[in-house]
Design a protein around this ligand. Structure first.
Ligand code: ADP
Ligand code: ADP
Ligand code: ZN
Length: 220
């Protein structure tokens, strides 16, 4: 399955992406994680992206689209993938279509804006595997350490309330229209993200398994 997960910053995309891809055995491709990795390594890509991310604005399309294209053409995506954080604009969605990539479903997690700042202030992420935790709602087993790879967790510099507000505005202006774009193609599955993590995963996995059996019937 070729999937996309959408939602405001802090809606729970990364958290759900990990659960879903573990279950389905496909890779999650997070453009945010790839960009943060590039910044950490000090590559040219990282240097080009940094100021946009610090301000909470979108990194320019020419940087991001090339990056995604390279990942999607890799061997590990040949049995499917889940894109987390891409496309984030109509232009990006159109360029994905131009690459000839067929999408099976687009999951949109909806969370009230008022909840977002609290989610972000308690978020701690793993520099090694990108796993996302929350001090209150999803704490790691050992405080400060990733359950999966034991790396030391950190708070993202762009998760401060001021940058979060800019990111939310960017989301409403540039990314939300993408939902309509996919709804028009009959691909959008909307999920209420104001519930517990396990509830949301269950709803998503149920919807995907219905979709899977429908696709099998259509093929017969
Ligand atoms: P969140 O999951 O909290 O929304 P991400 O880790 O997905 O945050 O993204 C962090 C930042 O990386 C964004 O604010 C943006 O600057 C940049 N970024 C990530 N994905 C894209 C994209 N598809 N297009 C442009 N910029 C992106
Ligand atoms: P995104 O990738 O959309 O930016 P994350 O998956 O990183 O979002 O989640 C943002 C923060 O909210 C993290 O600290 C995460 O542990 C927490 N979180 C995710 N889903 C839920 C939920 N359903 N209820 C409460 N907190 C959640
Ligand atoms: Zn980890």
């Amino acid at each position: 399955m070729n999937l996309i997960i959408m939602g405001a910053p802090g809606a729970g995309k990364g958290t759900q992406a990990q659960i879903i891809t573990d279950k389905l055995g496909i890779p999650a491709i997070s453009t945010g994680d790839i960009l943060r990795g590039a910044i950490k390594e000090g590559t040219e890509l990282g240097r080009a992206a940094r100021s946009y991310m610090d301000r909470g604005e979108l990194v320019p399309d020419d940087i991001v689209i090339g990056m995604v294209k390279q990942y999607l053409s890799s061997e590990r995506c040949k049995n499917g993938f889940l894109l987390d954080g891409f496309p984030r604009s109509i232009e990006q969605a159109e360029s994905l279509a131009r690459l000839g990539v067929k999408i099976d479903a687009v999951l949109a997690i909806e969370v009230d804006d008022e909840k977002i700042v609290e989610r972000m202030s308690g978020r701690r992420v793993c520099p090694g595997c990108g796993a996302s935790y929350h001090l209150k709602y999803n704490p790691p087993k050992t405080p400060g350490r990733c359950d999966r790879c034991s790396a030391e967790l950190y708070a993202r510099s762009d998760d401060n309330p001021e940058t979060v507000r800019t990111r939310l505005a960017t989301y409403h202006r540039q990314t939300e229209p993408v939902k309509k774009y996919y709804a028009g193609q009959g691909l959008l599955i909307t999920v209420d993200g104001n519930q517990a993590i396990e509830e949301i995963s269950k709803i998503i996995l149920d919807a995907l398994s219905r979709l899977g059996s429908k696709n099998d019937t259509d093929k017969k």
